[in-house]
Design a protein around this ligand. Sequence first.
Ligand code: UGA
Length: 449
Amino acid sequence: MTAHENVVQRISIVGTGYVGLSTAVCFASRGYDVIASTRNEDKVRIINAKRAPFHEPGLDEAVRTSIESGHLRAEIDRSEAVRQTEVTFLTVGTPEKADGTVDLRYVINASDDIGRALQLKNAYHLVVVKGTVTPGTVRGPIKAALEEASGLVAGRDFGLCMNPEFLRQGSAIRDTLHPDRVVIGEYDEQSGQRLADLLAGFYGPGIPLLRMSLESAEMVKYASNTFLAVKISYANEMANICERVPGVDVSEVMAGVGLDERINPRFLNAGAGFGGSCLPKDTKALCKFAEVQGYSAPLLRATLAVNQAQASHVAQLALATLGEPRDKKVALLGLAFKPDTDDVREAPSLIVARALLKVGAHVSAFDPVVKRISLPGFEGLEYPPSISECLAGAHCCIVLTEWEQFKQLTSDDFTQSMATPVVIDGRRIFDPHEFGSRLTFLAVGVGRG
Ligand code: UGA
């Protein structure tokens, strides 16, 4: 079998999380025929009923228009999805194992299924891995699973590429349509060329497209996410130093630092630290991977340590203002690990809430989309239905997610309903100067004397 010359028009996506579904609707919006495949029957039903199965700005609308245009459908049968298309993007999750390494279970299982489907297909097919996997995984266990299940040979009978994804939750569709760069790791020239042609057609001119080895592409993803993690921990470390020096404000300092074009202002916001399903997991996984290669990765270890301590530091700031914590109420504004998502994975809010509950404080939390945390240990958390009810009678408020509606709050909103107006701004959303003298305003990471 050889690659046919036709331009790719039919695409299957295995996995319908943030990456899979965003990729699916974006291809569909540009006229490609897309089958999004998930084994979750509820998700298939929800997507085919023109809705997004999770909270992501613009995704509901994008799913609706894609389904209505006839360019997208969800399908439970992976084999069917692969057989009816020319390219398959593999986007299933690569979660973390207890030892910090990557759990390849879902990826290998999906590769087996794709391989079996390829066996039934009589045409060249390109398999593109999008999930975050450590260098050597695509050429190693993924290729082995595909070849074993299909009886075919990679590079000759089917194509194999690694195309890491850089989208952020909360801006998934915009990021998917307008990436800063596109990275293609290729098993062989034909696979790489075929994916390059598809993606050049999809993105149009102006977006740098880099072709490289599978392993380099796998590493780009880790190197990017860990750089972002390092940047945030750097900002938090500066914050912790600034906090000890009267008159220094880390936000002012980072504004001055970030305008150096070699540095740039993004990802220098000090606060409660980074959470989510990617930066913590990928930094841990790269540490582990480096260790196996005989390198201890001290910078990455320090990055994780600073981050872990940062959320605890926020909790400590609150506790220091409370005195005896029993019978005191603490209001948490924000539970999601960042705005515009309902995701609480590795969110700093979990560390803060746990520390406060542990010492017997009454903890109330309000988040515009996260309605409760259903993890063990958070049973004592209360969820009032509005910001004002969350703040009512509180002795301390901690801002943990920079939701737009929190940014609109004024000092009056706090002083009018709280028992003691103490605000720990864990995301640096308020200007301390603008908060009136009636409010005791504590800002995390800021040494204001
Ligand atoms: C991150 C990367 O930014 C994406 O490029 C990547 O594709 C994605 O992981 C992934 O691997 O899938 P995401 O986890 O959605 O995206 O969120 P980020 O915007 O990176 O924020 C992560 C955390 O860092 C949040 O908790 C955020 O509050 C925190 N953060 C971010 C800071 O504390 N300070 C900052 O200056 C920026």
